[in-house]
Design a protein. Structure first.
Length: 72
């Protein structure tokens, strides 16, 4: 699957003009460099520890429950 995607991308790049191809290749190189730097600066043992909070479906009810829990 990945190989097919890579081949399809190579075909699209081959169809671009020289200037556009150069811009796309520069953007790809920037993304790869940034991703490599992130891997080096963000230890693997901490990945997945910081997550976005889950959705609050009933905020008024949850706030009231938290308030009641704090104030007894």
């Amino acid at each position: 699957m990945v190989r097919r995607l890579m081949l399809a991308n190579q075909e699209v790049l081959a169809g671009l003009g020289a200037e556009d191809r150069q811009r796309v290749e520069a953007a790809i190189a920037t993304a790869r460099t940034s991703r490599a730097a992130l891997d080096a600066t963000f230890p693997a043992e901490f990945r997945g520890l910081a997550r976005q909070a889950g959705p609050t479906l009933f905020p008024a009810i949850e706030r009231a429950a938290e308030r009641d829990a704090r104030h007894g």
